[in-house]
Design a protein around this ligand. Sequence first.
Ligand SMILES: O=C(O)c1ccc(O)c(O)c1
Ligand SMILES: [Mg+2]
Length: 658
Amino acid sequence: MSQSAPAVNANANAVNAEPTRMSRTSIATVCLAGTFEEKMRAAAEAGFDGIEVFEPDLVASPLSPEQVRDLAAELGLTLDLYQPFRDLEGVEESVFQDNLRRLEGKFQLMQRLGVDLILLCSNVGTATSWEDEVAVDQLRRAADLAAGYQIRIAYEALAWGRFVNTYEHAWSLVEQADRPNLGVCLDSFHILSRRGDVSGFRAIPGEKVFFVQMADAPIMLMDVLSWSRHHRNFPGEGGFDLVTFMRELYATGYTGPISLEVFSDIYRQTESVRTAREAMRSLQWLDDAQAGEAPTHPTGWDFAEVRAAEPADLAEVLTQLGFEDHGRHRTKDVHLFSAGHARVVTNDRTEAPLEHAGGSVIASIGLQVPDPRTTADHARALHYPKAWRANRADEMVLRGVQAPDGTEVFLAPTSAAAPQWVAEYGRNDGGRVAGAAAPRDAGAGTEPAGVVAGDGLILGIDHVNLAQPWQWFEEGVLFYRSLFGLEAQVSNDVPSPQGLVRSEVMRTPDGAVRVPLNLIPHGLDPGRSSTTRTVTGQIDHDELRLKAAYPQHVAFLASDAVEVARRARARGLRMLPVPSNYYEDLAARFALDEAFLAELRENDVMYDRDEGGEFLHFYTRTVGTVFFEVVERRDGYEGYGAGSAPVRLAAQYDLDRQ
Ligand SMILES: O=C(O)c1ccc(O)c(O)c1
Ligand SMILES: [Mg+2]
């Protein structure tokens, strides 16, 4: 395909034009854990077309350049780029002479490897009193040296480059140097971390873009070098607008590989095959998203399923909250409780790892989607593992998929009425219904479940909060984004007695589905020595459940949280106690009516207010590691109660130790 007239290339997304698609995929070896050879094998196994050879990986490898070349050929990988070469330009002539010598050595090495493209980072250290003309001249001479080796140079502006730190500046030097084997490398991190304007890509002819490196990152306020070296992540896992980046890139006419370059403290220590698969998935998401193919959003919650070490306790808490007990499933050891549109399935199947952890876990969530088959097919295309349960022929089968943390996500058809599967639960199954709570907890305050049918105050599920083992948090973000189109809200660090908990809410634009992901602090992870054990990249269920056994909760939306609290307390519910200091602080923050404040305090109900509206909510006692929250949103309040989470975590920690 001819690439002439580049500056006015057709916009890839112009009307009637087929969207441009990713032509080739590549990944820098620095993204992956392991030895150089393991990295290459992981990239090949995940289906990448090529790799970027990251110099420190090669230098540390026992493989000779020729062996690397042969291994790549055997694995079907192209070696797309050699990198990085540092601090070449903008220097004194004597220094430059030495730099050329260094560079020529790399060219000879690249010939042995069979790589014809080198990445040159803008000078971060040795450049002295900058004149563009000096740098232009030196870039030109470097290109001329490279030409003798049939090598091309891609010049990349590092965000912390001493003089050149924007792609516009890098392109200006490359344009002036005017050599056919000298072009630019566009790296999304360096550009977007500085809030660069990607519409300027159109000034660059597509064939002068020699290479493209993609990385996402959480939005952070920190020095850009540390941010880049430790916190990059794969497209769709962070907060950059990579979709616009890609569209503007394609508008230049660029047809080369899209490569991933992710420096991440997490991915450097997680299993490389799994990471490479995640990396490939991130490119699939990006390719679809830039082409305008967005996943369909879930329309609401079908159910949440809690697997409990102490199911009788769960049944007690739910009935105290006003849930109706629908009894046991016809064939399975699960019970259904409902209030309004909120449905909670409790699973009595205890598992050794769960009991060992003393925990319960949110084993699955059910999301209503317009077309479960389409979403399930999409999940398969993204290579997310299937989740399934044994079903009898006459039972409704829900398609399911495993989230990275092991939570199973079932796909149900959108329905305003109660789902069909509710009929599979029988109210009268030999006394197990109300009796579920009886053996251990019979006594004052426990009413038979049938008596406390849903009282209309609880409307549905508001959100389900899932604890994420630290190594899979970013994968969780991409999972909910790529499969369900949930968007990440700005993340928030919540102090707890056992560490700082990073919290990021994934939600649909209309708020119908909200999934706050909470990152479990490293120190709390009992399985942290075993993160590289699953060499196949397959998810080990029991181990995951064990890791996921941290406080998680289902929050119900109510029309009147104080009233729900009052009635639940009358039925004997133990709330999570809220300390008096919290209410004193509340009184200082907001001018609240005395009587109202007293009512909140009396019922352990917490409160927040913002420009949007007001928020009233309370937490129940914890059963194993699962608890429930009841929230009331007034006047379109969209948050989750600023200041409540640290108080909750401290209270739960205290209770745990009693
Ligand atoms: O952090 C660095 O030095 C570095 C090196 C090479 C790159 O391509 C890059 O984006 C950053
Ligand atoms: Mg780069």
